[in-house]
Design a protein around this ligand. Structure first.
Ligand SMILES: *[C@@H]1O[C@H](CO)[C@@H](O)[C@H](O)[C@H]1NC(C)=O
Ligand SMILES: *[C@@H]1O[C@H](CO)[C@@H](O)[C@H](O)[C@H]1NC(C)=O
Length: 391
């Protein structure tokens, strides 16, 4: 069995979430240290701007279209694949045209591996999407970090045949994909953690000395699952079929992939709670706005002149660190950040950093999580556990 994904997929991973919500940032030159006396007025503006999601109305339209869609399935490519499509007639009387809203292609011989009856796909899709959307539009509860044990750790423990104590894991490692891991010799140390989280299906085989071999949870975004539907049983996770997956939903149409793949996955396929997604989005936006205001001296309301506000998004790595903070007593982070001369990804030859996220803002959050978590907005009441970055 092939262990790695074809090269084009790697680029798709990097473009993950780009089409829907990603970050386009321009770099600013550091000129001075951020002013110390940030006033209350600025903070109120930052809080209000970071709570507002400019992509919200288009998301609502997408969801409403998807909920009214019909399902169609047909064989393609000489009967080798089956296409499942959600479509809807869009337009006014004389220009009504069917438009495909979601589409997946499964290998035909895999069909026996997909227990949901064709009749069940649409109702399951609608139910999952409605539940997700309701939660996405709900007020942010400050308890969401504390709920991660129940939502993520518990199903994993039950799958592994253990009773969940309700207590966090003792030690967790979050392994990022930066080239700084090469030659680090961190492998054994990473494996010594009770719970190891890896990101976006990064390859492990051949890199064990530096990145370890243990994987307790694979954290991916839904673009990756979408690519996996082309494989028999949706299998393209490199850590084996017994490793649970936590997935961030980039696009509501990926619920089609989820419904089709969920039942063929042995291990839990968990979708991150949209309120947790919102928490991560608001914190990163707050820091990106703050950094903009500090560096330029301009009003944070002008942030959107240099950032694409509708597609701005946190990185998968950031959400994985936040997830670990919610389910672990101590968190070690490896393979985050860049140094001159280091490869972008330890397992690919991709040269440059794609400018999709505000990584600098995320580094500021990490510094505050380590040194002064009490200043981080939207986290009030949550006790941030000790966090250490290894380089
Ligand atoms: C996904 O699979 C799990 C475990 O088989 C099941 O409990 C859950 O209801 C499924 N969800 C959907 C939407 O099919
Ligand atoms: C940028 O954001 C401000 C404040 O939220 C808003 O008034 C303005 O219309 C936005 N500009 C653009 C180009 O979207």
């Amino acid at each position: 069995m092939k262990r790695s994904l074809p090269l084009p997929l790697l680029f798709l991973f990097l473009l993950a979430c780009l089409a829907f919500r990603s970050a386009l940032t321009r770099s600013f030159h550091y000129q001075s240290n951020p002013p110390r006396d940030r006033n209350i007025h600025l903070d109120a503006t930052l809080l209000s701007l970071s709570s507002h999601d400019p992509a919200d109305s288009s998301l609502r339209t997408d969801i409403s279209d998807l909920l009214q869609a019909s399902l169609e399935s047909f064989d393609t490519i000489g009967g080798k694949f089956r296409t499942i499509s959600l479509w809807r007639r869009i337009g006014s009387d004389d220009t009504v045209r069917p438009r495909s809203l979601a589409r997946i292609r499964l290998p035909v011989r895999a069909q026996t591996h997909y227990p949901p009856d064709r009749q069940l796909i649409l109702p399951l899709f609608r139910h999952s999407l409605v539940t997700w959307a309701r939660s996405h539009h709900a007020e942010l509860p400050y308890s969401i970090m504390s709920e991660l044990i129940q939502r993520i750790k518990r199903p994993i423990e039950i799958f592994n045949g253990r009773r969940d104590s309700g207590e966090p894991y003792g030690t967790c490692a979050v392994v990022g994909n930066s080239g700084i891991l090469l030659g680090s010799n961190h492998g054994e140390f990473i494996n010594s953690h009770q719970f190891v989280i890896r990101l976006n299906n990064a390859r492990v085989v051949g890199y064990e000395r530096d990145v370890g071999s243990k994987t307790s949870l694979s954290f991916v975004n839904s673009n990756i699952l979408h690519l996996c539907t082309r494989r028999v049983g949706c299998h393209c996770h490199p850590y084996g079929e017994n490793v649970p997956i936590a997935m961030y939903m980039c696009q509501p149409r990926h619920f089609l992939d989820y419904v089709v793949c969920n039942s063929s996955h042995k291990a839990p396929l968990l979708i991150t709670d949209p309120r947790f997604d919102n928490l991560c989005a608001q914190i990163t936006k707050y820091y990106s706005l703050k950094r903009f205001a500090d560096l330029t001296g301009l009003s944070p309301t002008r942030w959107n002149e240099t950032h694409d506000a509708t597609t701005f998004h946190y990185s998968s790595g950031f959400q994985a660190v936040m997830l670990a903070l919610g389910i672990c007593k101590r968190v070690s982070v490896f393979g985050f950040g860049k140094i001159k001369g280091a490869k972008h990804h330890y397992y690919t030859n991709q040269k440059a950093e794609l400018n999709l996220h505000d990584y600098e803002a995320e580094y500021m959050i990490y510094r505050d999580l380590i040194k002064q978590p009490e200043v981080i907005p939207f986290l009030s009441g949550f006790q941030v556990p000790p966090l250490v970055f290894y380089y």
